[in-house]
Write a protein that binds this ligand. Structure first.
Ligand SMILES: Cc1cc2nc3c(=O)[nH]c(=O)nc-3n(C[C@H](O)[C@H](O)[C@H](O)COP(=O)(O)OP(=O)(O)OC[C@H]3O[C@@H](n4cnc5c(N)ncnc54)[C@H](O)[C@@H]3O)c2cc1C
Length: 256
């Protein structure tokens, strides 16, 4: 039988291990975002090394709870979310999560998120980010892609040329993106964002400079592939000028 002191010591060791391996913050605020999205503001996480476009891997189940391990939920407990905004000195990071109809562990976590709750996540990661010096920046994606696009557009120098298409279900689903007036918005109505012909057609219709820029293409995996195939195959862009980031696809649980 463990004494109270031994249990407390065990807890302190677990907490130290968690702090070594992960970042731990606390939800400060949960606000409705346009459409079916939700902003989740996490405080107490100063000094992270983050560049706009990067994401964090969130433990959407409580990994400190024995039940998470015993039930096996731990195997499906990580979901990746782009960072909408991060203030390193205030230690505040904001995510924006889609409440998609199928309701996996990520969507359920975001739905249940409440101020005061602890959030455990990995340090910011990923190579999806602005390539400075590009002739122009081209953004293409749907609602979930507009989360990293928000951070990236905020970081784009004012004199850098920006083009792009954001596909959303309807006008109420538009995130407040910086430089929104320079982007083309497309509404797909009730159609699925998976294998979306709407987004590819809208990118095809863009009047782009003759020379390639850098493209940032994110969202549903098959749509992302189709946009990339158009840029490389039809417009002759070098493959290396098209950065793709599949976020989700029908039938697949978590993409990373
Ligand atoms: C690098 C990266 C960044 C990401 N950034 C964001 C972000 O900023 N915001 C965000 O909301 N998501 C983002 N995602 C997607 C996120 O990681 C989850 O995949 C998503 O939240 C679904 O998780 P889930 O547990 O709810 O569903 P899962 O169990 O993973 O998936 C179950 C099923 O739900 C359906 N589904 C999943 N996502 C969607 C969707 N968006 N629309 C319609 N159907 C869907 C699919 O059919 C899927 O098979 C990102 C993914 C990656 C890889």
């Amino acid at each position: 039988m463990m004494s109270a002191e031994q249990r407390a010591q065990g807890r302190r060791v677990r907490e130290r291990l968690l702090d070594l391996m992960f970042v731990r913050g606390r939800i400060e605020d949960v606000r409705p975002a346009p459409g079916r999205m939700r902003w989740i503001r996490v405080g107490g996480v100063p000094g992270l090394d983050w560049t706009p476009g990067q994401q964090v891997r969130v433990h959407v189940a409580d990994i400190t709870s024995a039940r998470t391990w015993v039930s096996g939920a731990v195997r499906n407990a990580l979901r990746t979310y782009s960072v909408w905004e991060y203030d390193a000195s205030a230690g505040v990071l904001e995510l924006c999560v889609m409440d998609h109809g199928e309701g996996g562990p990520g969507a359920r976590w975001a739905r249940a998120a409440r101020p005061g709750q602890e959030v455990v996540f990995g340090r910011p990661e990923g190579a999806f980010g602005l390539r400075p010096g590009a002739a122009f920046h081209l953004f293409a994606g749907e609602e979930t892609a507009s989360v990293p696009f928000g951070a990236m557009l905020r970081a784009t120098p004012p004199d850098a040329a920006v083009h792009g298409v954001i596909e959303v279900s309807g006008p109420a689903d538009r995130l407040p993106l910086p430089r929104a007036g320079e982007l083309t918005w497309r509404h797909r109505g009730g159609a699925s964002a998976a294998s979306s012909a709407t987004l590819v057609a809208a990118v095809r219709d863009l009047d782009l400079p003759a020379e390639p820029g850098i493209a940032y293409v994110a969202g549903e995996a098959r749509t992302v592939q189709a946009v990339s195939a158009h840029l490389v195959g039809d417009r002759g862009w070098p493959r290396g000028s098209v950065l793709v980031k599949p976020f989700w696809t029908p039938g697949k649980r978590g993409m990373e």
